[in-house]
Design a protein around this ligand. Structure first.
Ligand SMILES: [Zn+2]
Length: 402
C-alpha cells in the first residue's frame, strides 16, 4: 500500500470536511468548528458544523474582517450605541447593564467604555475558572480596583467543578467546557437576579468564523446564553445529559443547578436584551489590549502563552492552554493559528509571518501546569472518591511542606 492510498482511507470524524483547506488570506483551515450551543453537545452524537469558505478559498472570518473595514458606517453604529444606552441608563444609581468577563482586555474595554464614555452603571460579573493563574487573578483585581467597577465573582462548588471538568476531558476531550458553560450563563443569571434589562458582551464570536450573518445584528444569538427548555434529558454538560450525569455520580439538583443554562422564556418575559459591543464599536484585540493597559490596569503575561506567541490572550486560567492543545489535536488548529489568523485579518502581520509563528509556537506539553491539571482531573467517579482525592492531595501537600 503506498502513501496516497493510506491517506484516502483515513476517516473524517465528527462531520469535519474530508479535504483540509487553508484560507488563502489567513492561516485557519476549514476544520474549524463553529461555536456550538454548549448544552446540546452530546459525546455520542457530536457532529460539528464547520466554518464555510468562499469559492475563492476565503474563510468567513476574513470576509467579515473586510466588511468591517469597508462596508460599515461606524459613526452610525456609535450613534446606535448611544441611543441604546439612553434607553437603559438608570437614574437612581441602580445597575443598568451586566458586563460578563474575567478582567481581561476585552471585558476591560467593555466595562470601561460603557461606564466612562456612555455614563452607564455596569455590574461586572465573573464565573471563576477552575484554577486561576497568578496573572489572571491580578488582572481581575486590577479590573475592579484600577478600572473602578463593582464585581460579582461566582465560584461554583469546587468538587462538582472538578468532576464535570474530568467528565468533559474524558467525553469531549475539552476540559474547559464547564468553564465555558458557566461563563456563558452567568450574565443572564445575574441580569435576572439584579433586575437588569441589558447584558453587554464583547465581540461577536462570528468574528472568528461563525455565521457571517450573526454579525449583521447587534444581538447575541439566544442559543449562546439560554436554552429553550430545561429538560434534563436534552440538556448536556460534559458530554452527558444532566440526567445521566446525576445518575452516574449520584448527584442532586443542587449539585448541577449552578451549571444549568437559563430558560429563554424567563428572559423574554423579563425583557432582558443581549447585545455585543463589537457590533457598535470597531473591535481589534491589539487595540483592546492597549486600552485595557491604560484604563483598567491590565497586565500581559510575563512570557508567551503556551502554544502561541502572544502574551495578552487567554491568560486567566491554568486550564486554557490544555484546552487549546486538545483543540489542536482534534481539529489541527492550535492557539498560534487562531492568534496569527486574527492578526493577519487586522493587518498586524502578513500571512507569511503567520506561517512562521505557527511553526515556532508548536504546543509544548511538558510543564508544571500539566501536572497540576492531571491532579485536578484525577477525581474518580462519585463524590466520595473526590473527597478521598482531596484528602490524599491535601496530606501530600502537607507532608511535602509545600
Ligand atoms: Zn481567513
Amino acid at each position: 500500500m503506498n502513501g496516497e492510498e493510506m491517506v484516502e482511507e483515513l476517516e473524517a470524524y465528527y462531520g469535519l470536511p474530508e479535504e483540509v483547506k487553508f484560507c488563502k488570506k489567513c492561516v485557519v483551515s476549514n476544520q474549524r468548528p463553529r461555536g456550538a450551543r454548549e448544552f446540546t453537545i452530546n459525546f455520542k452524537n457530536e457532529k460539528k458544523e464547520t466554518m464555510s469558505f468562499t469559492e475563492d478559498g476565503i474563510c468567513e472570518a476574513c470576509q467579515y474582517a473586510e466588511m468591517k473595514k469597508e462596508d460599515i458606517d461606524w459613526d452610525e453604529r456609535e450613534r446606535m450605541l448611544s441611543r441604546l444606552c439612553d434607553k437603559y441608563r438608570s437614574k437612581d444609581g441602580s445597575y443598568d447593564v451586566i458586563v460578563p468577563g474575567s478582567g481581561g482586555k476585552d471585558s476591560g474595554v467593555q466595562a470601561h467604555t460603557l461606564k466612562y464614555k456612555y455614563g452607564m452603571n455596569p455590574l461586572t460579573v465573573t464565573w471563576s475558572p477552575q484554577m486561576y493563574t497568578e496573572i489572571g487573578w491580578r488582572n481581575l483585581m486590577n479590573w475592579i480596583t484600577v478600572g473602578g467597577f463593582d464585581n460579582y465573582l461566582f465560584n461554583p462548588n469546587g468538587s462538582m467543578y472538578r468532576l464535570f471538568t474530568r467528565e468533559a476531558f474524558l467525553n469531549l476531550f475539552n476540559p474547559l467546557q464547564p468553564f465555558i458553560y458557566g461563563h456563558k450563563y452567568i450574565g443572564p443569571r445575574m441580569a435576572l437576579k439584579q433586575n437588569v434589562k441589558l447584558v453587554m458582551y464583547g465581540e461577536n464570536i462570528a468574528e472568528y468564523g461563525n455565521k457571517k450573518s450573526d454579525n449583521e445584528v447587534p444581538y447575541k444569538q439566544p442559543g449562546f446564553y439560554s436554552a429553550e427548555r430545561l429538560d434534563l434529558d436534552k440538556l448536556f454538560l460534559s458530554g452527558l445529559s444532566i440526567k445521566e450525569l446525576i445518575k452516574k455520580h449520584n448527584l442532586s439538583m443542587r449539585d448541577v443547578n449552578p451549571f444549568l443554562p437559563i430558560e429563554r422564556s424567563e428572559l423574554v418575559k423579563r425583557g432582558v436584551e443581549f447585545h455585543c459591543l463589537g457590533y457598535y464599536l470597531r473591535w481589534t484585540p491589539q487595540e483592546s489590549y492597549y486600552y485595557a493597559v491604560e484604563n483598567t490596569g491590565f497586565e500581559p503575561n510575563p512570557k508567551r502563552v503556551q502554544g502561541s506567541y502572544t502574551k495578552y490572550k487567554s491568560i486567566d486560567a491554568k486550564m486554557d492552554w490544555i484546552h487549546f492543545y486538545t483543540y489542536w489535536i482534534k481539529f489541527g488548529i492550535g492557539k498560534a493559528t487562531m492568534d496569527a489568523s486574527q492578526e493577519v485579518r487586522n493587518g498586524h502581520i502578513t500571512r507569511e509571518e503567520a506561517e512562521t509563528v505557527m511553526m515556532v509556537s508548536f504546543p509544548v506539553i511538558i510543564s508544571r501546569i500539566f501536572w497540576t491539571i492531571l491532579r485536578l482531573l484525577k477525581a474518580n467517579s462519585g463524590r466520595e472518591q473526590i473527597k478521598r482525592d482531596h484528602l490524599i492531595y491535601g496530606r501530600k501537600k502537607m507532608g511535602n511542606g509545600t
